[in-house]
Design a protein around this ligand. Structure first.
Ligand code: NAI
Length: 506
């Protein structure tokens, strides 16, 4: 296979440029490293050489391959030295004026058919291209940190980018061994846009005092399979990085409520509670390890009351089977007896609303989240309403913990924790498909590789049922009266007729 771009240049050899240089060389290209600080490019080259030596020691490269990679990688002091490049990748400081100035200088140097790309994560590719003589050969090539390990690369077409340029870049990314996804030039492109719901919705739950952040993390890890809970992730990234991204995407979409950032994050950022890097974020860190309270034990209840299950409960048959397996005494009457623990399993609605609508005694009413099939999860979540008696809360907790599966008890909230976060993730992803930010298939790839989610957001919606996600959002809109929960047309139409969220119209 002939390499797409024989001679390539990297401008800006910091954290990103260095990693990108490694990928270009490994794709088979000659790589010229340039930085405005000459010491930076030689430092990057030395680090690359050391990296390849270490890969050879682990048997991942042969001595010949290392010699070839070294022979094709060198530093150049002057921008003029990049004149012969087929492709130049920019990874300098994130400032529009500086990037535009650099590309204007480059344009005068390189051949008219040379391709120029930016690794920007937040600026508009179109806005940079607009200041150039040949915007058609300009595109975005968005790598993630650390570049060799993050296997996804966004290929971004500006309004005037020639589709042939994007095709060549897409093939080139494959030659690097990474997965290319094609994105239109929209705020946050694919990965940073799709990642908006996880943190912002979790912060919103915190702001309502429904549960503490450690509980929210545990629930999302154990119910959905996220590797890190949203607060663990915010601590890892650092609020100094995450909060400005939340604000930037919100502003660039003209204050679209779905992306609204949180005042809690802004205040913690101002207070210097950035995360791991400052030793304290949502968690305190001792020797780099997050300090966590032990899981509270389930209360011991000697005599459990009989249980009555609302006829409107989500996954009612599954819930009844679960109760049977847990040895509950299940009431079968049309209404609960005087002593019964009353169980509701709403989608989107809060427990209070269910008690009112179904004319149930709120003091004995408790909710359980049944969005996911119980067998798919490693934790159960039970919610009280403001009137729930402590003996009824403890009875529900003890009952659902009988098989030793962890149980989290939270306060009443439209949509529990998982329903809220999952519905917002699926909704934002659906809206990205509706807007044509990328194809549904590329969205799934980008989210799995770029965000490390256990499954793509559309697959997540399909797993719990598009109609259920739609119901969660409709009902949350009623509970909260907040337009951030309005369903995207993509989800509304597919959910209404039970069609897969990955279905693309003929
Ligand atoms: P960095 O600060 O580690 O490296 C930037 C390098 O560019 C420095 O070595 C600096 O001397 C050099 N530089 C600055 N202005 C220059 C100029 N006018 N000409 C030549 N060299 C110049 O920054 P980092 O993190 O590598 O980011 C670079 C770019 O990549 C930014 O646009 C950033 O938004 C983007 N990006 C960063 C990611 C990250 O996680 N760090 C992820 C994806 C994109």
């Amino acid at each position: 296979m002939t390499v797409q771009f024989k001679i390539t240049g990297i401008i800006g050899t910091g954290a990103m440029g260095r990693g990108i240089a490694q990928m270009l060389a490994q794709a088979g290209s000659e790589v010229l490293l340039h930085d405005s600080q000459p010491a930076a490019s030689s430092k990057a080259r030395d680090a690359l050489f050391a990296q390849w030596d270490s890969m050879a020691e682990k048997g991942r490269l042969s001595a010949e391959q290392v010699a070839s990679l070294r022979g094709r990688t060198r530093c150049v002091d002057a921008l003029d030295d990049l004149a012969g490049c087929d492709l130049v990748v920019e990874a300098i400081v994130e400032r529009l004026d500086v990037k535009v100035g650099l590309f204007q200088s480059l344009e005068r140097l390189v051949r008219p058919d040379a391709v120029l790309v930016t690794n920007t994560s937040s600026l508009s590719v179109t806005a940079i291209a607009a200041k150039l003589q040949h915007p058609q050969r300009f595109a975005g090539l968005h790598f993630f940190n650390p570049v060799p390990l993050m296997k996804v690369v966004e290929v971004i077409a500006g309004l005037r980018t020639d589709p042939a340029v994007c095709r060549a870049l897409t093939d080139y990314v494959r030659q690097m061994g990474h997965a290319p996804v094609q994105a239109s030039d929209t705020p946050g492109f694919v990965v940073n846009h799709a990642g908006r719901a996880y943190g912002t919705e979790a912060l919103r739950i915190i702001s309502e005092g429904v549960a503490d952040f450690a509980t929210i993390d545990a629930v999302l890890r154990d119910q959905v399979g996220f590797r890190l809970g949203p607060f663990e992730l915010l601590d890892l990234t650092g609020l100094d990085v995450s909060h400005p991204v939340m604000e930037s995407i919100y502003r660039q979409y003209y204050e679209e409520p779905r992306y609204r950032p949180s005042a809690i994050a802004a205040q913690r950022l101002a207070g210097g509670l950035l995360g791991r890097k400052t030793g304290e974020g949502f968690y305190a860190y001792v020797d780099g390890k997050a300090q966590r309270a032990a899981e509270p034990p389930a209360p011991s209840v000697t005599t459990l009351p009989p249980v009555w299950v609302s006829p409107r409960a989500a996954r009612r048959a599954g819930l009844l089977q679960l109760l049977k397996d847990l040895g509950a005494s299940i009431e079968t009457g049309a209404t609960p007896s005087e002593s019964a623990l009353i169980l509701v399993a709403p989608l989107g609605f809060d427990v209070t609303t269910m008690a009112v609508v179904e004319r149930l005694d709120p003091a004995r009413t408790v909710g359980i989240d049944m969005l996911f099939d119980d067998a798919q999860t490693r934790r159960r979540v039970v919610a009280t309403n403001p009137a729930t008696r402590s003996d009824m809360r403890d009875a529900a907790h003890a009952l659902f913990a009988r098989d030793a599966k962890p149980v989290s008890v939270i306060r009443d909230s439209g949509g529990f924790v998982t329903q809220r976060v999952v519905a917002c993730i699926v909704n934002i992803a659906s809206d990205m498909c509706q807007q044509g930010v990328c194809t549904p298939a590329d969205l799934e790839t980008a989210v799995k590789l770029g965000l490390g989610y256990p499954m793509g957001p559309l697959e997540m919606g399909n797993l719990v049922g598009p109609t259920n996600v739609l119901e969660v959002l409709f009902n949350m809109q009623t509970v909260y009266g907040d337009p951030r929960y309005r369903p995207s047309p993509w989800l509304r139409r597919r959910g209404a007729i039970g069609l897969s969220l990955l279905h693309v119209e003929a």
